[in-house]
Write a protein that binds this ligand. Structure first.
Ligand code: IPM
Ligand code: MG
Length: 365
């Protein structure tokens, strides 16, 4: 019997179940056609878990997430849970997974597929060939800093507080990930913060600079986060790897995603300590406005599966097959609504899944 590869599937909310169903078909295909022995578990996360268990991640689901090789997550959140307390909101389920699994590094590649060059809101020549890796710190910063909360002051005014905080080990470990990746890519790291106004940003800048000394073959530059956002839309191809904190990484990765034509295209990998688990999820959210209509783009989730095969299971050929199949299908002119262009064929979520499976059949020979 071949080695067991365990995956926990957490479809989540909104379009999560629809897009995950397509990724699941790709997993099944891999099992049948490539002799891989997947064991799949499935549970709820986010609003779906809140509705079932009264909290956005059950203890059982968390224990399962810790026990498997990889977690595949769809998306969480939606207006239905807007009134729920922060600690029970759908998003808290995702944040708990990141924190409890110690997934401190979030890799968000922004690659512009040639077939989608025209779909970008930027001029084709600015995005053609684009290949950026955003390395976002994922378990620190303002997302988790204490104190936090909303309080009522003696005079009746209200005060909201969140804390941006980083320690040297947190900065060092994410910087190492960025430099290691850059060493295997174009050898350039841009570190982004707001050192001009924030002490935590200044510390970030100083500590990243110290880590850079271990990587003489990698070039480091620093860019203020606002300027980085501007440069991303002005001349995105100047970047190779961008390393940044949790909040700026959230913002900059959405910007980078849109350069590639659609948020529906971008996968991500969240990794942590050696030998620990990993989680793979699309960069986009739960898109409640189009949920249940069968029109969502499953490509980001399917490409997240490719990242899981590459990074967790060391199945580079299988990952490449998926990526090539996506390329092929886009080349054939198949488009979900979000990337639809004149003269192309508009397909549903499941037909996009069909097309990708067919392309895998074709290309594996
Ligand atoms: C992301 C999302 C999450 C984040 C939300 C859903 C909590 O925007 O993964 O980028 O802010 O990290
Ligand atoms: Mg985000």
């Amino acid at each position: 019997m071949t080695k067991e590869l365990s995956i926990l599937i957490l479809p989540g909310d909104g379009i999560g179940p629809e897009i995950m169903a397509q990724a699941r078909r790709v997993i099944d295909w891999m099992g049948e056609n490539r002799g891989l022995n997947f064991t799949l578990h499935e549970d709820s996360v986010g609003g779906a878990a809140y509705d079932k268990y009264g909290k956005p991640l059950s203890d059982e689901a968390l224990a399962l997430a810790k026990s498997v090789d990889a977690v595949m997550l769809g998306a969480v959140g939606g207006p239905k849970w807007d009134g729920v307390d922060y600690d029970k909101r759908p998003e808290a389920g995702l944040l708990t997974l990141r924190k409890e699994l110690e997934l401190f590094a979030n890799l968000r590649p922004a690659i512009c597929f040639e077939a989608l060059v025209e779909a970008s809101s930027l001029k084709p020549e600015l995005v053609s060939g684009l290949d950026i890796m955003i390395v976002r710190e994922l378990t620190g910063g303002v997302y988790f800093g204490e104190p936090r909360g909303i309080e009522t002051l003696p005079n009746g005014d209200r005060r909201g507080v969140n804390t941006q905080v980083y320690t040297t080990p947190e900065i060092h470990r994410i910087a190492h990930i960025a430099f290691d990746l850059a060493g295997k890519r174009d050898g350039r790291v841009t570190s982004s913060e707001k050192a001009n106004v924030m002490e935590s940003g200044l510390l970030w800048r100083e500590e990243v600079t110290k880590v850079a000394a271990d990587y003489p073959e990698v070039a480091l530059d620093h860019m203020l986060a606002d300027s980085c956002a501007m440069q991303l839309v002005r001349a995105p191809k100047q970047f190779d790897v961008i390393v940044t904190d949790n909040l700026f990484g959230d913002l900059l990765s959405d910007v980078a995603a849109m350069l590639t034509g659609s948020l529906g295209m971008l996968p991500s990998a969240s990794i942590g300590v050696m030998g620990g688990g990993a989680m793979y999820e699309p960069v986009h959210g739960s898109a409640p406005d189009i949920a249940g209509q069968g029109i969502a783009n499953p490509i980001a989730t399917i490409l997240s599966l490719a990242m899981a095969l590459r990074y967790t299971f060391d199945l580079g050929d299988e990952a490449q097959l998926i990526e090539d199949a996506v390329q092929d299908v886009l080349g054939q002119g198949m488009r979900t609504a979000d990337i639809m262009q004149p003269g192309k064929t508009k397909v549903s979520t499941s037909v996009m899944g069909d097309c990708i499976l067919q392309a895998m059949e074709k290309l594996q020979r």
